[in-house]
Structures are given as C-alpha cells and as structure tokens.
Write a protein that binds this ligand. Structure first.
Ligand code: SF4
Length: 75
C-alpha cells in the first residue's frame, strides 16, 4: 500500500483597515508603523499598505495598540 501525504501551507494575508469615523488623526499609528500609515499635511490619515507583509506585523500590532480610538483593525 502506498500512502501519499502532502502538507499544505496556507499563507493568510494581513488586512489593515481604519475606521475613519472614529480616527482623530493624531498620527500615533504613523509613529509606530510609518511604512503602513501616513498622516498628510492636511491631517488626513492614509493607509499606505492595506495588505502589508508579515515582516511588518510587529509594527502594525504596535500601531493597533497605540491607537487611543481603537480605530485600526487587522484581520
Ligand atoms: S492612531 Fe488611531 S486615531 Fe490616531 S491617526 Fe492612527 S488610526 Fe487615527
């Protein structure tokens, strides 16, 4: 009897979203993860990377924790 075994590794992409209804544009997330968040000169927050690589997860998690409005979600 031959048994074939296969291992599948599924990479789940990180998705970053901001609830702009509660964001107060204080830029704390940008300080934690400048590769992902940017506050422009008009105090408007931009998500530079909605699906950042896993290497940025620590910074994104730090940004989530630093947000006083709990406006950032990661899925
Ligand atoms: S830390 Fe939160 S409230 Fe501040 S700019 Fe970022 S998303 Fe908005």
């Amino acid at each position: 009897m031959v048994v074939h075994s296969r291992c599948y590794v599924m990479e789940v992409e990180m998705r970053v979203t901001v609830d702009f209804d509660v964001c107060e544009a204080n830029g704390l997330c940008m300080a934690a993860a400048p590769e992902v968040f940017e506050l422009d000169d008009d105090d408007v927050l931009h998500v530079l990377q909605e699906a950042p690589g896993e290497d940025l997860r620590p910074e994104v998690v730090a940004a989530v924790r630093s947000c006083p409005k709990q406006a950032i979600s990661v899925s």
